[in-house]
Design a protein around this ligand. Structure first.
Ligand SMILES: *Cc1c(COP(=O)(O)O)cnc(C)c1O
Length: 383
């Protein structure tokens, strides 16, 4: 299929299907063929006819995925990696020893762990800040600060940070603003359009969408020194996804818009139900008026998303009993797949975690909302 010429006027639903398409001259296949070849033949002039040399440096399936990701996030360039962590790792490796990074106090635990356990010995320093408060960010900026890393809504407390306001502050202080957009997906929130410089994704989650492929991505607003360095590290470091991994994520993205729309509508109903229940202490969901980030999320997201956290009355024991009584929510880590998952984050994060012991994180899937609510009702009745 030919690449549409004027993509800028099209909506994300259309772009998810039509951007990055390449013509299959061999068989005219509608779906892109899988190029497992690790190496590519030179022609009689010893040139590379399609530009591909070796799969670590470039592959048609990876290029297709990168084109789609750049298009959906409105970036100039995208790089696909073998996991979200490989993408984050590559970004931090683009910095220099001595640089200082600001990270949210509530974030995917792997991000601060990577900084603490590996990059401090490499010379990076970092501070945790409450990125929902602009004054806290401003106060934490030092002369050597280079980056403000953001994650909104955050994991696991669904805190919402104002991307536009923070990106402006970052520009004024010459900082690079990066947003981990995994939880919102490009269908609900586009950080680059709000002024951020870089978007990071774990494509393992909503983009893949079926809990069957690991992947990550970095998307850059502008091509320049930073993106060139990341591209070089992608090739030299070699944390690249396999062609089949790319093919699976491309397939997942085709249904991203409808999945996220439905899963988010289900999550809104589930959140409203949970909030009305006697056995529930607190629900964290950006689509609830009671949520501290409700107004900001209304401005920067097109819906509340499909992730929520709930604190049941009691402690860890009550939370774990609740999980055991559920039938439709699989107790497993991860998120963003078609099936609903539930997780006790404090158990996963260990004894030092700031996550409340009675908090359960829920990834709402594509089951019917009524079935999900009935299951939650019977489990709460047993507490
Ligand atoms: C899962 C996740 C990551 C890490 O991605 P992997 O693909 O597991 O390496 C990073 N950030 C967020 C918000 C995540 O949910």
């Amino acid at each position: 299929m030919a690449q549409p010429t004027s993509t800028s006027l099209m909506k994300p639903e259309t772009l998810a299907l039509h951007s990055g398409q390449f013509e299959d001259k061999n068989a005219a296949a509608v779906v892109a063929p899988l190029y497992l070849s690790t190496t590519f033949e030179r022609d009689e002039n010893y040139e590379l006819p399609n530009g591909y040399l070796y799969t670590r440096a470039g592959n048609p399936n990876r290029e297709q995925l990168e084109t789609i990701l750049a298009t959906l996030e409105n970036g100039s360039e995208a790089m696909a990696f073998s996991s979200g962590q490989a993408a984050a790792m590559t970004f931090f490796q683009c910095l220099k020893p001595g640089d200082h990074v600001l990270v949210p106090d509530d974030a995917y635990y792997g991000t601060p762990s990577l900084l603490q356990d590996f990059f401090t010995s490499w010379g990076l320093t970092f501070s945790k800040v409450d990125t929902t408060k602009i004054a806290e960010i401003e106060n934490a900026i030092r002369p050597e600060t280079r980056v403000v890393w953001l994650e909104t809504p955050s994991n696991p407390q669904l805190k919402v940070s104002d991307l536009q306001e923070i990106a402006q502050l970052a520009k004024a202080h010459n900082l690079i603003s990066v947003c981990d957009n995994t939880w919102a997906t490009p269908m609900l929130q586009n950080p680059l359009n709000l002024g951020c410089d870089v978007v990071m994704h774990s494509t393992t989650k909503y983009l893949g969408g079926h809990s069957d492929v690991l992947g990550g991505a970095l998307i850059f607003k502008k091509k320049g020194e930073l993106s060139d360095r990341a591209r070089q590290l992608q090739t030299l470091g070699g944390a690249v996804p396999s062609p089949f991994d790319c093919w699976l994520v491309v397939r997942g993205i085709k249904t991203l818009a409808v999945r996220v729309r439905q899963q988010s509508a289900n999550a809104q109903q589930v959140a409203e139900f949970l909030e009305s229940q006697e056995a529930v202490e607190k629900v964290h969901y950006p689509g609830l008026v009671s949520h501290a980030g409700f107004h900001t999320s209304q401005r920067q997201m097109s819906s509340g998303g499909a992730m929520l956290s709930v604190q049941v009355k009691g402690g860890a024991d009550e939370a774990l009993v609740f999980i055991k009584k559920l039938n439709l929510f699989t107790p497993a880590t991860s998120l963003g797949g078609v099936e609903s998952l539930i997780e006790h984050r404090a158990s996963v994060e260990g004894p030092d975690t700031l996550t409340p012991k009675n908090l359960l994180r829920i990834s709402v899937g594509l089951e019917h909302a009524e079935d999900l609510i009935n299951d939650l009702r019977q489990a709460l009745a047993g507490l």
